[in-house]
Design a protein around this ligand. Structure first.
Ligand code: BGC
Length: 849
């Protein structure tokens, strides 16, 4: 069993022998070689296989297993998705994972979460956990940010190491994903991330680097996208040069599900295991290639040896993976889930100290909004775990306040289908079905009452004739006011919606889709012509389209409750239908929610907005009108309890933003670079034995924002976002003092940075001290400041703690593009310490010689 604990043992030894400073410096530790017994056993297994059998083992089976080989007594091994819980095999404990985990800024918690996930996996016989996801949150709309960690490589790297060590310490293989530069969800299979090496090395690769070289993760998952023109699964730079070469990765490199495009290229460029099955890396493709010498048999053997060694190292062939001593569900798991939620909730606004609420002074509390009930533990897609007992915000608050406080709840807004069915068009909607891809030819016409084809209109059997569909409807505004246009369609399909000739909504090609909305002002009696052009990917239409007066969407109960209550909780945000895998989300709140908050603020001055979602969003319509805003991310199954505890001061909020909170999506530095350059698409032909040839249209996304991701951009330009990276309020106050650094040190040596943090308020609380480094004498352009250290500290009122953070050589380095290595330019550096990327009250200069 010793090998199971390899990663932990290494860390422990490092801590004892070399001290914390060296642990931070140790980006590239040499991996520990497997024991001679493991090596011999793996070789013996390999020796018994024919070439065909070897190739067969390079693909998975039954969606979530490695392939068995009875002739060498090799069983199949089980996998499960993992971002917020071990979700694949029935209900589970849903934790505050991904971006919420990063918001805790607590590596100790990351370790406990990893251990819990590892135990949950053992209880379900799972050998491989398909997580953590560590892609950088480059843009706030990227649909899977909630599954990942943060916008900062140092924060990611610091959190991911204990997380992976925690998982692997339980005898379960962690799989760090999605390697690499997979920073959006639209067209995720067909997007080429075009990024220079420095940008990759400094921003997009360090989370993976730490996972491999520090945590010794035993599996890595290649992403769907291309990087600089080559799919990740066959990318020699990513897989051979960096991962297996420089970082000396010893484990298994698997593909994302259906992310392989060329068996021979994948085999020759580092992919070890094609998931979910051998679509390309199979005997049809690889056998002739080995026979012709295009692939060396030793290349195949290396993959098998990696797979066998890793499985043997974990003891998978010697012991049952199912561990009857752990529970599938327990109060201990719930406690871990609650701790994560409590540590992550981030208070962003608290005007007039509205919070914490005092239950003895509140008679009635109104709770409204789509995220108040049912609970929203996570976003959508492969991470979506079915929580055993998710606690909604309504239930959490009612449980906490007890019977003396009246709790009034209403959703406050219609469901999406009610908007489609409830839209009062001015006469029938005209539907034209064109026998072409581009709205040409003679259409088949019909009329209908509304545009609610979202669920049920199909043309029947698949038909090879392409079709496009145009809906034309007229709307006469019964009164003056703001109206909301809402559309929802099916993944793969595309549409545009225009009003009086002006395009207001557009859905570009994506695997999935989220509903889109736009607001428009209409005068009383004004008639608007709405045209929706729909381009189905397959043989059916699934479009819902509605237009409704926004104020009329707010339920009368919501207004009544708000005026009768002492305080209103408006629980808004996204959920698994509006934010998830396969599609990007909107920066604006889903339909009607802005109006709901405005309506609540008009009825009651004490509105607390709680937000569920993976990052920032547009608050411009109401942020000045409400006194309090609490970011809950996706808080896992105990979210409702945690929200109640924070709102009522049973827990002092301690979360800090792991992403910058922009005012508008257009303000984000990636905005100009996020979509592929128009007209720049190229075609990629995929032609493999046994497959119908595919012609892929590849969009090239130029990472022109380079290093200017999140706070790097804001602090370099001197502009200010709505809430900066690292920011979060507490019910107490903290001060920073006595910064102590050596004035001058030799370049490359470890620099201790000492300072004091004091709780200057009246209640206990936790602060995250953040250390930013600026390179004042760099020969190249560098971001104004970069996070290079942090520590969370819990302090009683009046208590002071001295903190020392050690800066290793990497903290001062940048990637030298011509020398292809990390470099330090000696000279002056600025060290700053504070409680966010913008508020750093301590500063001192340092000379590196
Ligand atoms: C996702 C992966 C996931 C896999 C298996 C893919 O669609 O991108 O993150 O691990 O499915 O569920």
């Amino acid at each position: 069993m010793k090998n199971l604990f390899r990663a932990q043992t290494i860390s422990l030894c490092l801590l004892l022998v070399c001290g914390l400073a060296a642990l931070q410096a140790a980006y590239a530790q040499a991996p520990v070689p497997d024991s001679p017994a493991i090596e011999a056993k793996a070789r013996a297994m390999l020796a018994k296989l024919t070439l065909e059998q070897k190739i067969e083992l390079l693909g998975g089976v039954d969606d979530m297993y490695t392939r068995p080989m009875p002739s060498i007594s090799l069983p199949r091994f089980k996998m499960s998705d993992a971002s917020v819980g071990v979700r694949t095999w029935g209900p589970t404990t849903a934790y505050a994972g991904g971006v919420a985990l990063a918001a805790t800024w607590d590596p100790d918690f990351a370790r406990s979460l990893g251990e819990s996930l590892g135990r949950d996996a053992r209880a379900r016989d799972v050998n491989f956990l398909l997580g953590p996801g560590v892609n950088i949150a480059r843009s706030p709309v990227a649909g899977r940010n909630f599954e990942y960690l943060s916008e900062d490589p140092f924060l990611n790297a610091t959190m991911v190491v204990p997380y992976i060590e925690g998982v692997q310490s339980q005898g379960v293989i962690a799989t760090v994903k999605h390697y690499a530069a997979n920073n959006q969800e639209f067209s995720r299979h067909d997007t080429d991330s075009v990024a220079d090496e420095r940008t990759l090395r400094e921003i997009y690769l360090p989370s993976f680097e730490a996972a491999v070289t520090k945590a010794h993760v035993d599996a890595v998952m290649n992403s769907y996208n291309l990087l600089n023109g080559v799919h990740a699964t066959q990318n020699p730079f990513l897989n051979l040069q960096v991962l297996k070469g420089e970082w000396k990765f010893q484990g298994i490199l698997m593909s994302d599900w259906d992310a392989t495009y060329d068996g021979v290229a994948a085999a020759n460029n580092g992919l070890d295991l094609e998931m979910p099955g051998p679509r390309f890396m199979n005997t049809k493709s690889l056998l002739p290639a080995v026979q012709s010498g295009e692939i060396k048999e030793s290349t195949i053997d290396d993959k098998l040896m990696r797979i066998f060694r890793t499985e043997l190292r974990y003891g998978f062939l010697d012991r049952p993976q199912f561990d009857p001593t752990v529970s599938t569900y327990s109060v201990a798991d719930r406690a871990v889930a609650l701790r994560g939620a409590l540590e992550s909730l981030t208070l962003l606004k608290n005007e007039g100290h509205l919070l914490p609420l005092d239950p003895s002074r509140i008679k009635t509390i109104a709770i409204v909004g789509p995220d108040a009930w049912p609970a929203v533990p996570g976003g959508g897609g492969s991470s979506n775990a079915t929580a055993f007992q998710p606690v909604s915000i309504v239930a959490g608050i009612a449980d906490l306040v007890g019977p003396k406080v009246h709790v009034l709840y209403t959703r406050g807004l219609p469901e999406m289908m009610d908007v489609f069915y409830g839209s009062r068009w001015n006469g029938p909607v005209q539907v034209e079905v064109f026998p072409s891809k581009d709205f040409t030819g003679t259409p088949q016409t019909s009329t209908q009452q509304n545009i609610s084809d979202y669920q049920n209109v199909w043309w029947g059997a698949p038909d090879k004739t392409p079709r496009t569909v145009r809906y034309t409807a007229s709307f006469k505004a019964p009164k003056a006011g703001k109206y909301l246009l809402l559309a929802a369609a099916s993944g793969g399909d595309r549409y545009t919606v225009s009003v009086d000739g002006k395009q207001l909504l557009e859905q570009i090609q994506a695997e999935g889709q989220v509903p889109e909305s736009a607001a428009l002002d209409l005068a009383e009696g004004q008639t608007a012509t709405v045209v929706a052009d729909y381009r189905p990917a397959f043989s059916g239409v699934r479009l819902g389209l509605g237009l409704m007066n926004e104020a009329d969407m707010i339920s009368p109960e919501a207004r009544k409750y708000a005026s009768a209550a002492d305080v209103v909780i408006a629980a808004v945000g996204f959920n698994d239908a509006t934010e998830g895998e396969g599609a990007d989300r909107t920066f604006t709140l889903p339909f009607g929610q802005d109006a709901l908050i405005e309506a609540m603020a008009a009825e009651n001055p004490h509105v607390v907005v709680t937000f569920t979602g993976g990052g920032g969003f547009n608050t411009s319509r109401w942020i000045a009108k409400v006194p309090a805003l609490l970011h809950t991310y996706y808080p896992g199954q105990e979210g409702g309890t945690a929200v109640a505890q924070v709102l009522f001061g049973k827990h002092n909020p301690e979360g800090k933003l792991p992403v910058t909170f922009d005012r508008a999506w257009e303000d984000n530095p990636s905005y100009a670079w996020y979509y592929p350059e128009k007209g720049g698409d190229t075609t990629l032909e995929v032609d493999e034995p046994g497959h119908t040839p595919l012609s892929l249209t590849i969009g090239h996304v130029k990472y022109g924002d380079k290093l200017m991701v999140g706070y790097r951009y804001w602090t370099t330009t001197g502009k200010h976002p709505l809430f900066p990276f690292g920011f979060g309020l507490s019910y107490t106050t903290f001060s920073f003092a006595n910064l102590n650094i050596p004035p001058s040190v030799t370049s490359g040596s470890t620099v201790p940075v000492g300072f004091d943090v004091t709780n200057t308020g009246k209640v206990a609380g936790a602060e995250v001290a953040q250390l930013y480094v600026s390179d004042a004498s760099a020969k190249v352009d560098r971001p104004e400041r970069e996070l290079k250290g942090f520590q969370k500290v819990s302090l009683n009122p009046g208590e002071t703690r001295h903190i020392t953070l050690n800066l290793d050589a990497r903290a001062f380095s940048y990637w030298d593009e011509s020398a292809h290595k990390w470099t330090i330019d000696p000279g002056r550096f600025e060290i700053r310490v504070g409680d966010s990327s913008e508020n750093t009250p301590l500063a001192a200069g340092l000379n590196l010689q």
